[in-house]
Design a protein around this ligand. Structure first.
Ligand code: KIV
Length: 266
């Protein structure tokens, strides 16, 4: 399994491939595909649990799903999201929550959204917990920002560059840049010495991340502009389920081959 140091040294040398996964089978497939990092993201709330946003996802949900992902991917670096509200109210509580998540989830790193938890990051790193930041569109703030591109003007872009530098100074080992203009993502990537992982941030980041259910079209029907679908599991699954239904109705299933018969001993 790669270490945090291995991932940092991939900056400028190799592209980092990250994909989300939330359970045993998705993590197993991500590991078989040799992705560098699995992110147990709080997008879990939307693509697996059916919520409108990540806001309802709890720390216990993240621990539960990260443990399942770990059982599927024993040799892949796993990053797990700190959910909504777990690091904003109080620095000590944020540090405690981060430690609890890291210790109980079997993940290698915790990720936290926003540019307002630098003291929590410092405390976690001091305690030995590797941290990934997340700037630009931060879905936990969707009630305020909506799901749209961020940092579109000069002032916001400059603030984002400063926030990225502050994240690195606080001890983050990596950062996700979501839904920001490509040129800004390039500038941020050049301004920090830790890897940047883009989603909707163009080609100049050190790595890319996509949501499993989006890139494989599994359950999700509306894809954001920045997603390229690489498979259509919706069609495959729907067809399989319809065939199963039709064969049961018409008594074609179970067939001779899928039926036990009483064994007769002489
Ligand atoms: O929760 C998540 O899946 C994420 C990615 C969109 C980066 O944070």
């Amino acid at each position: 399994m790669k270490s945090t140091a291995d991932l940092i040294s991939m900056k400028n040398n190799d592209r980092i491939v990250m994909v989300t996964a939330y359970d045993y089978p998705s993590a197993k497939l991500a590991e078989q595909a040799e992705t560098d990092i699995i992110l147990v993201g709080d997008s879990l709330g939307m693509v697996v649990l059916g919520y409108e946003s990540p806001v309802q996802v709890t720390l216990d949900d993240m621990i539960h799903h990260a443990k399942a992902a770990r059982r599927g991917a024993g040799n892949t670096f796993i990053v797990v999201d700190m959910p909504f509200g777990s690091h904003h109210t109080d620095v000590n509580e944020g540090i405690k929550n981060g430690i609890r998540l890291y210790q109980n989830s079997d993940a290698n790193m915790v990720k936290m959204e926003g540019a307002d938890s630098f003291d929590v990051i410092k405390g976690l790193v001091k305690a030995g917990v590797p941290v990934c930041g997340h700037l630009g569109l931060t879905p936990q703030h969707f009630g305020i920002t909506g799901f749209k591109m961020q940092a579109g003007d000069t002032e916001q872009a400059e603030k984002l560059i400063e926030d990225a530098k502050a994240l690195e100074a606080a001890g983050a080992s990596m950062m996700v840049l979501e839904a920001i203009p490509m040129d800004l993502a390039k500038k941020v990537t050049e301004s920090v010495s830790i890897p940047t992982i883009g989603i909707g941030a163009g080609v100049h980041t050190d790595g890319q991340v996509l949501v499993y259910h989006d890139l494989l079209q599994y359950g999700s029907d509306r894809l954001p502009k920045f997603v390229k679908p690489y498979a259509d599991l919706n069609s495959v699954a729907r067809e399989g389920l319809t065939n199963y239904r039709n064969e049961v109705k018409s008594r074609l299933f179970p067939s001779e081959e899928t039926t036990y018969r009483k064994r007769v001993y002489e």
